[in-house]
Design a protein. Structure first.
Length: 400
C-alpha cells in the first residue's frame, strides 16, 4: 500500500480524493460508521432541511469550500446573525486593543485587565464563537483570527455539509474502511505498519506514507499510539493547541414562530445562544454552548435537550414551544471519543504550533486537519485545504 489516510473527515476525504485522482494506491480508515467527522448532518422530519449537529457555517473566504459547493451544485444560504446589543462590535473593539507585539496572555487575563463594559460581551462571544477555554486560550491568537477575517460568516451550505462530504467519498468504494479504529502506528524511515480493529477484528496494513487527520483532541489524549513516540517538537506542537468543547442541541418544530436569526441568552436561560436558519424558512432552532459555557451547563443540568427547550420557552413566552416541537437532537463534541472537542484554538504562547503540527515526520508521517491550518483553523475550508496540502506532499514524495 502506498498511502493510508486516517480519518474520513473533511481533511481525510480531500486527501484521499486528490491521491486517487493522481493514481496513488490509497486506503482511508475511519472509526465512525459515517464520513464527515465533525461535519455531521441529519435531515429534518420531512427531509427538506439539514440538521447540522456539527459544522454549519462558512467562515472567511473559504475557497476550497466554495469550489466544492460549486462542483456539487450546492447554493449558499444567507444568514442573519444580528442581535439586539451588538456583541460582535463589542468584541471587535476589545480585541483591537490587543498589542500583537506584547507578551502573550490568556483571554481571561487580558479581559480582566481591560476594565471596559465590552469585556463581558467579548468573553461570551469568544467562548461561543471560538469554543475557547478563556483561561487557556491565547489572546494574541484570538485577536489575529478576528483581524484576519477568518471569523466572518459567509452563510451556510443550503443543503448541509453532509452533501459535500458524501460527494468527496462517492468513488471511494472498498478503499474506505468504516468502523476501523486505528490503535497503533509503528513507523520508520521505510514506512509504517498500522494496527487497527476493523469491525471488531484485528487488521494490519503496511504503507509507505500515512496521513494523520485525527482531531487535536484525540492526538492530545494519545488516542492512537505511535511507535516510536512522535518527536518532542511534534509533541510540543500538539500540546500547544487546545480543543474547544461544544454542546449543540437542534430542535425541530412544526413551523417557524420567530423572525430573527440570532438570540442571546434570555434571563434564566441555560444555553448562552440560540439561532435559527433565518432567512431560510426552516423550522429549526439551534441551542449552542461553547468553551467554558459547556462545563457550566454540564454541572447545572442533567438533560441538555430539556434545558434547550426551557431556554426557548423563555425566549418565546407567547408560544407553546413543547406543543410545537417535532424532534430534538443533541451532540456533546467533548464527549465524542472520535473528536474530544469541536475545533481547535491556540493556547497561550502557542505561536506557530499549527505550522509545526503540519510538518511531516521522517518522510513517512504527514498531518492534516483544521488544527494544522495556519490561516483557516476551526473551519471546514481549513480542513479541506490541509488535506489537499498533505496529499500534495505525499505525491511529491512518491514522485508524482
Amino acid at each position: 500500500m502506498e498511502v493510508v489516510v486516517i480519518g474520513a473527515g473533511a481533511a481525510g476525504l480531500a486527501a484521499m480524493r486528490m491521491l486517487r485522482e493522481r493514481g496513488a494506491d490509497v486506503l482511508l480508515m475511519e472509526a465512525r460508521g459515517r464520513v464527515g467527522g465533525r461535519a455531521y448532518t441529519l435531515r429534518s422530519a420531512d427531509s427538506s432541511f439539514p440538521i447540522e449537529l456539527g459544522a454549519e457555517f462558512i467562515h472567511g473566504k473559504s475557497p476550497a469550500t466554495m469550489a466544492l459547493m460549486r462542483e456539487c451544485g450546492v447554493q449558499i444560504a444567507p444568514t442573519d446573525l444580528s442581535s439586539g446589543p451588538d456583541i460582535w462590535d463589542a468584541t471587535d473593539r476589545v480585541l483591537q486593543r490587543v498589542d500583537l507585539q506584547a507578551a502573550d496572555s490568556s483571554v481571561d487575563a487580558f479581559l480582566n485587565s481591560v476594565g471596559t463594559p465590552d469585556a463581558s460581551d467579548a468573553r461570551m462571544l469568544i467562548e461561543g464563537f471560538d469554543a475557547a477555554i478563556t483561561s487557556d486560550a491565547s489572546v494574541i491568537a484570538i485577536a489575529k483570527e478576528w483581524r484576519s477575517g477568518v471569523n466572518d460568516t459567509q452563510g451556510r451550505p443550503a443543503d448541509g455539509y453532509g452533501v459535500l462530504m458524501e460527494h468527496l467519498a462517492k468513488d471511494a468504494g472498498d478503499r474506505l474502511w468504516p468502523h476501523t479504529f486505528v490503535q497503533q502506528i509503528q513507523w520508520s524511515d521505510d514506512g509504517a505498519d498500522i494496527v487497527a480493529l476493523r469491525g471488531g477484528e484485528l487488521a494490519r496494513v503496511q504503507a509507505r506514507h500515512v496521513i494523520v487527520t485525527l482531531p487535536i483532541g484525540v492526538l492530545r489524549e494519545d488516542g492512537v499510539r505511535f511507535v516510536p513516540a512522535l518527536p518532542p517538537q511534534k509533541r510540543q506542537a500538539i500540546d500547544a493547541i487546545g480543543m474547544g468543547p461544544v454542546l449543540k442541541v437542534l430542535l425541530e418544530f412544526r413551523a417557524p414562530f420567530w423572525q430573527r436569526g440570532f438570540f442571546p441568552a434570555p434571563p434564566g436561560g441555560v444555553f448562552p445562544t440560540v439561532w435559527s436558519r433565518t432567512p431560510q424558512p426552516a423550522p429549526i432552532l439551534a441551542a449552542w454552548a461553547g468553551g467554558d459555557a459547556v462545563a457550566r451547563l454540564q454541572t447545572s443540568v442533567r438533560d441538555p435537550i430539556a434545558a434547550a427547550i426551557e431556554t426557548c420557552e423563555r425566549l418565546f413566552p407567547q408560544t407553546a414551544v413543547r406543543e410545537q416541537l417535532v424532534n430534538a437532537h443533541c451532540h456533546d463534541w467533548q464527549r465524542d471519543p472520535c473528536a474530544r472537542g469541536a475545533y481547535s484554538y491556540l493556547r497561550v504562547n502557542g505561536g506557530d504550533a499549527r505550522e509545526r503540527l503540519a510538518e511531516p515526520v521522517g518522510g513517512v508521517l504527514y498531518f492534516a486537519g483544521e488544527a494544522t491550518s495556519a490561516g483557516d483553523a476551526g473551519t471546514v475550508g481549513g480542513a479541506l485545504e490541509s488535506g489537499y496540502r498533505a496529499a500534495a506532499q505525499v505525491l511529491a514524495a512518491l514522485g508524482r
